[in-house]
Design a protein around this ligand. Structure first.
Ligand code: 9D3
Length: 249
């Protein structure tokens, strides 16, 4: 299994820094990730290389024209490889870890179109786009960071991309809760101590402490993530105590 992408953007340089460091760089080197960046301007039809224009009906900002996008997509698809064409836009469907898994499991090359300005001509959706994705409810200046978010989150799911130990950790440690607090040396810094239990060497107690800190954190920060069906009687008792003591939480 591998992850493969085409990206259409007016800012091709945005991508090199992120793809050429760390885990993604390694994934490319191992042949587990393939990304081709396409400059939308190369597919413009006029001598000024125009990719945007004023909105019909008036209003602020500019709109991406359809012809350069259409030409880019046709040219990319000319190799006959099966793809799913995805528009990154603020009005797309919300992207989650579930989406990342599903897109990887499609086993198809993804063609990511990065929007900018006020948006793209609506006919791009009608004629070209199969899926439309937003990465969250905040306003960015374009779809380039979202494209990198999608590439990053899918690539790390490809077997062999993360080190063996990291992917094993991933499998056995996915609890549906936020993570417990981590500590490393020194044991004390400016009076702040590492919890004694972590230094005790009692692995059963450490396990329980981590579970309860994960529950505490999730309850305080992201109670929307707590599904009571997946909690043990001991978990539920801990949460009940948490709710009854206004302090300490
Ligand atoms: C006031 C109208 N704006 C919509 C909120 C127009 C607009 C703003 C910013 C249109 C496009 C953009 C650029 N953003 C993206 O292309 C984008 C995005 C985002 O802004 N947030 C979350 N996910 C995404 S995916 C693409």
């Amino acid at each position: 299994m591998k992850a493969s992408f085409d990206v259409i953007t007016i800012f091709p340089n945005f991508f090199s820094a992120y793809l050429n460091e760390g885990i993604l760089k390694k994934a490319i080197h191992k042949g587990l990730l393939d990304v081709k960046i396409h400059n939308l301007r190369d597919y413009a039809v006029d001598k000024h290389k125009t990719v945007d224009d004023y909105p019909y009906g008036g209003g602020p900002g500019m709109v991406f024209k359809i012809e350069p996008i259409y030409n880019a997509v046709e040219s990319i698809k000319a190799d006959g490889v099966e793809r799913v064409t995805i528009l990154l836009s603020p009005v797309g469907k919300l992207y989650t870890q579930e989406t990342a898994k599903n897109l990887l499991m499609l086993n198809k090359r993804l063609l990511l179109i990065c929007g900018r300005y006020e948006g793209v001509d609506e006919r791009v959706r009608e004629l070209i786009v199969e899926e439309e994705i937003s990465i969250g409810d905040y306003v960015l200046t374009g779809g380039e960071l979202p494209a990198l978010v999608i590439i990053d989150s899918i690539t790390r799911l490809v077997p062999g991309v993360l080190g063996d130990d990291m992917s094993c950790l991933e499998e056995s440690f996915t609890t549906g809760l936020l993570e417990y607090p981590h500590y490393t040396r020194p044991a004390e810094f400016k009076g702040l101590k590492v919890p004694d239990v972590l230094i005790s060497g009692n692995h059963q107690q450490i396990k329980r402490w981590r579970r309860q800190e994960a529950l505490r954190r999730t309850f305080i920060r992201r109670s929307d993530l707590i599904r009571e069906k997946e909690l043990s009687p001991e978990d539920l008792e801990f949460l009940r105590q948490l709710k009854n003591t206004d302090s300490k939480v």
